[in-house]
Ligand binder design. Structure first.
Ligand code: COA
Length: 326
């Protein structure tokens, strides 16, 4: 019988824009307050990309840190999967642009757009490349500059988002790593969370398209997210024959503290074993899970050998999980 190959996380990295915007600063632009934002979402501040800071530059910085942590040279990377819904350009992909900056031409490089679930989708795809033997050392990135398409006059959305990136190096390993991934989507609910301007639809040639913005029916998204994540947690545990108490760490998508707490409750998990960064980063979409993972690893919380559950929910709708032994 041939030996099972796993994708093991060999190193993590992250990057954030320099500028921090507090809730109080936002309250000077729109009718809101630190109290409202913190109570409803858990967010206290977010990083906002400035000039020269882009989805690709943040992704590249996170990738370099992940490679350094893994002890991997850029030339060893044989696959790049880049989760983003705010690419630098329509094409080439952000994966190709980052690949050029890293100087590693030749290996396959492509973007995955699954909105806030982008990193979970990307790592799942990379895991399949590794398990099939088509890649040995993959770079997986989640990077976003969501604030570039936020309507700064809409208080129901502009307070929620931030910019940032995270990355992991995945290496083929015969001992341990990703145990399973579970991906889902339901395109029927697209209008509850979307940006209705694209190339083939919504874009008006010759006109100012600066209106490109995120639209969301927040309370509906909230309900769908909690419901989908509940059944996703059950599905992931069942697929691995595990009890909810077996999980050491939950690293959820950081959209809203109340959604995170609902998932922790489903797992009967104390909040001390849940990685929370939404207070500092806001919702960084595809960046959120790898940013939280990197913080958990670098702070010494997540240790080698522990069982870690990653999960995310985003526009599409898309939702997914990754269960791994770190
Ligand atoms: N400051 C002050 N008041 C605000 C506000 C803000 N920033 N944003 C909205 N409000 C107001 C609304 O206008 C509404 O007022 P009204 O009752 O007079 O009409 C009131 O607050 C309640 O709005 P509602 O949308 O029902 O609030 P909520 O408790 O659902 O919280 C969200 C709003 C957006 C924080 C919450 O729904 C949420 O987090 N949803 C999920 C979002 C998400 O996770 N998206 C990304 C998934 S990847």
């Amino acid at each position: 019988m041939s030996e099972r190959i796993y994708s093991r996380i060999a190193g993590t990295g992250s990057a954030l824009p320099a500028r921090v915007v507090s809730n109080d600063e936002l309250a000077q632009r729109v009718e809101t307050s630190d109290e409202w934002i913190a109570t409803r979402t858990g967010i206290r501040q977010r990083h906002v990309a400035g000039e020269g800071e882009t989805t690709v530059s943040l992704g590249r910085d996170a990738a370099l840190r992940a490679m350094e942590a893994a002890g991997v040279e850029p030339g060893e990377i044989d696959l790049i999967v880049f989760g983003t819904t705010t690419p630098n350009l329509i094409f080439p992909s952000s994966a190709c642009l980052m690949q050029a900056e890293l100087g590693i031409a030749g290996c396959p490089a492509f973007d995955v757009n699954a909105a806030c679930c982008g990193f979970v989708y990307a790592i799942s795809v990379a895991d399949k490349f590794i398990r099939s033997g088509d890649a040995k050392t993959a770079l997986v990135v989640g990077s976003e500059t969501l604030t570039r398409m936020v309507d700064w006059s809409d208080r129901s959305t502009c307070v929620l988002f931030g910019d940032g990136a995270g990355a992991v190096v995945l290496k083929a390993d015969s001992a341990t790593g990703i145990l399973s991934t579970h991906l889902h989507a339901d395109g029927a609910k697209k209008e509850l969370l979307w940006n209705p301007v694209g190339v083939s639809e919504g874009f008006k040639p010759g006109e100012d398209n600066a209106g490109v913005r995120v639209l969301m029916t927040g309370n509906e998204v909230f309900k769908h997210a909690v419901r989908a994540l509940d059944s996703l947690v059950d599905e992931t545990l069942e697929a691995n024959g595990l009890d909810r108490h077996d999980i050491d760490w939950l690293i959820p998508h950081q959209a809203n503290l109340r959604i995170i707490e609902a998932t922790a409750k489903r797992l009967d998990m104390p909040m001390e074993r849940v990685i929370v960064t939404v207070d500092k980063h806001g919702n960084t979409s595809s960046g959120s899970v790898p940013l939280a993972l990197d913080e958990a690893v670098r702070s010494g919380k997540v240790q080698r050998g522990q069982l870690v559950l990653l999960e995310a929910f985003g526009g599409g709708f898309t939702w997914g999980s990754v269960l791994l032994r770190y």
